[in-house]
Design a protein around this ligand. Structure first.
Ligand code: M6R
Length: 608
């Protein structure tokens, strides 16, 4: 989705914001632009395609100036063309604005402005902002932006400069994230911390309906109603090297290999081995109520939704709680009526997914209590939930979510274990769970050591254009996740199915050209999965089995076997997903896909 980065300070701004834009590339975009201010001179350049295209356009041109705004656009209103790329400006080219989000009443505003004789240069909703701010400007850019905020509906994170107000950037938000960065020699604002982590780890989050005026020397925050806001500075844990490849060819592969560490980070300081109970400080403020909880609704999208689907089985195994999982975008269409002991758990890597945010806001309106499992500290979902647990997984740059999935599964298990120990689990069961959780990082490492074998399997099957992924119970969501990973980065068509459903339709597709990935660890579903594999084999379908190490029965049946070490049934998903990720990665690599930035996808989906 769109990205914003700005800088005002003592240094040359162009290089800083271009570097920041590159850190936002992973979010997905189709055009980019920059406006650099030097006194009353503003140079604005825009280009379709990658940031390298923008750099090519800038070429050898010397663009001086200590303040700049820069943007990556992911088209919503109007095609990805240069004239639709941001920054947008007013007729006299005094105001330059970049915008994330959607102005919902743009059509009505545009009609009114056209009646006043204003000629629009783009098809975007954003352009109305530039004209409105210019019309509202008297002598204060902050006030012009404030007035404009009261005239527009929808969502926005914006950054604005004005030819007659050099050395000042005004940023504002409603619904789209914006974070202020405090550097040694100036101030930043960005839609994502990764854009500025190289320069500072001191940040201040802007809330909805707030604006901030940034200068080289300081910043001030106020509400849309002009009330001054004082807010503490936060320190982000992310390091500059977290957003570097560190010798890996792709962020996705780096993040797959980080998973042993990711699981450790999700558990760090949270395990009490002797007592068989995890400690989750983030939920303590609501513990008295949460411990009596008997009903949970999990809302999430994409991979986070699949984590929630695994979570349902884990909660039902370890607690007395009845769990529903809902795709966030569908949640609001349901007749929502929560018993008083209900908690809504929102799962989100970015903490900014618009559908998930909308779902929790709807749940809040209906009086539900909210928990978040979120990776990005200070993100909207983390702030709009009553309590929650952070992943502490560092930034995930690859658009295809990998390490966060295993982190989400780890945290869901810790949460279920904590509640389960309060509700029904014995000390022995708790101790066994914690011991098995502690062994997972080594077991993931062991699974990763089969990477060469998995690559060879991918090399054999990547030309097949249709794949099926099958699993039962805990492994059904892994089948969904395996299929999602394969399709989103390799563009191979893949379906994830509950294995029991195969005979109700998908079996018609089975033929020698269609591989099935059968996820068949030695768990309570083992015999039934074996029958499914036999059904596929008798129709001459190739089977790639993900099985427990040393399983000779599977080895005799399947064409390929990828092994995972044994663990408890409810922890197997943390292991079986790893071969699925690597299979998808290698297929995409054989097909020369743009693995970290697959077409049409965005890392953080901030529009509904
Ligand atoms: O940031 P979130 O976890 O809320 O994102 C949810 C989905 O957009 C995300 O998982 C998406 O499906 C990924 N592309 C999956 O790899």
């Amino acid at each position: 989705m769109c990205g914003i980065v700005c800088y005002v300070g003592e240094k040359e701004a162009k290089a800083i914001v271009l570097e920041g834009l590159k850190r936002l590339e992973y979010r997905g975009y189709d055009s980019a632009g920059i406006a650099v201010q030097n006194g009353s001179e503003i140079v604005c350049l825009r280009a379709v395609g990658k940031i390298s295209e923008l750099e090519r356009k800038i070429g050898e041109r010397v663009i001086k100036g200590n303040s700049a705004i820069a943007h990556t656009r992911w088209a919503t209103h109007g095609e990805p063309t240069e004239r639709n790329a941001h920054p947008h400006t007013d007729e006299s080219e005094n105001v330059f604005v970049i915008h994330n989000g959607i102005i919902e009443n743009f059509f009505a505003i545009k009609k009114n402005l056209e009646k006043r004789g204003i000629v629009f240069k783009s098809e975007t909703d954003t352009e109305v902002l530039a004209h409105l701010i210019a019309l509202n400007f008297e002598d204060s850019l902050g006030e012009a932006v404030r007035k404009t905020m009261s005239q527009v509906e929808g969502t926005f994170g914006i950054a604005v400069i004005h030819r007659h107000v050099p050395g000042e950037i005004v940023v504002a938000r409603r619904g789209s994230p914006l974070i202020i960065g405090i550097g040694e020699d100036g101030h930043f604002a960005a839609s994502d911390v990764s854009a500025m982590v190289r320069y500072t780890n001191k940040v201040v989050h802007l809330n909805d309906n707030e604006l901030a005026v940034l200068t080289a020397k300081g910043f001030s925050i106020s509400t849309a109603q002009a009330k001054t806001v004082t807010r503490e500075t936060e320190t982000v844990e992310w390091q500059p090297e977290d957003v570097e490849l560190g010798g890996f060819p792709h962020f996705m592969l780096k993040e797959i290999y980080e998973q042993p560490e990711t699981i450790l980070n999700a558990m760090r300081g949270r395990l009490e081995p002797g007592e068989g109970v995890p400690k989750l400080g983030g939920i303590m403020p609501v513990w008295d109520h949460l411990k009596e909880c008997r009903h949970i609704e999990i809302v999430a999208c994409g991979t986070s939704y699949h984590a929630g689907c695994v979570g349902r089985y884990v909660f039902e195994r370890l607690t007395e709680i009845d769990v529903q999982v809902e795709i966030a975008s569908e949640f609001r269409y349901r007749k929502l009526n929560f018993p008083s002991n209900t908690y809504i758990i929102a799962i989100s890597q970015s903490g900014e997914t618009a559908d998930t945010l909308a779902a929790i806001r709807e749940a809040r309106r209906k009086g539900a209590r909210l928990l978040g499992i979120v990776n990005v500290v200070g993100s909207s979902i983390s702030r709009e939930t009553d309590a929650g647990v952070y992943n502490h997984a560092g930034p995930e740059i690859g658009v295809a979510s990998t390490k966060i999935f295993v982190s989400q599964l780890t945290i869901l298990t810790l949460l279920a274990l904590l509640l389960g120990r309060h509700q029904k689990l014995s000390l022995t069961e708790g101790v066994e769970a914690i011991k098995s959780l502690s062994e997972l990082p080594e077991k993931v490492k062991k699974t990763l050591s089969q990477d060469n074998h998995i690559q060879a399997v991918a090399e054999k099957y990547y030309p097949c254009s249709n794949w099926l992924f099958l699993g039962r119970k805990y492994q059904y969501p892994i089948a969904l996740e395996g299929a999602l990973k394969l399709k989103e980065i390799s563009y191979i068509h893949a379906e994830g199915y509950a294995a029991g459903e195969m005979k109700h339709g998908p079996i018609a597709l089975i033929n020698p050209e269609m591989p099935t990935v059968a996820i068949v660890p030695q768990d309570s579903m083992y015999e039934k999965m074996i029958s499914n594999i036999q059904e596929i084999k008798s129709r001459r379908g190739p089977v790639i089995a993900i099985a427990t190490e040393g399983d000779d029965r599977v080895r005799q049946l399947a064409d390929e076997v990828i092994e995972v070490p044994p663990t408890l049934e409810y922890l197997y998903p943390i292991l079986t997903v790893v071969p699925c990720q690597l299979l998808a990665y290698h297929c995409a690599r054989f097909l020369s896909r743009d693995i970290d930035k697959p077409r049409n996808l965005a890392k953080s989906v901030t529009v509904e």
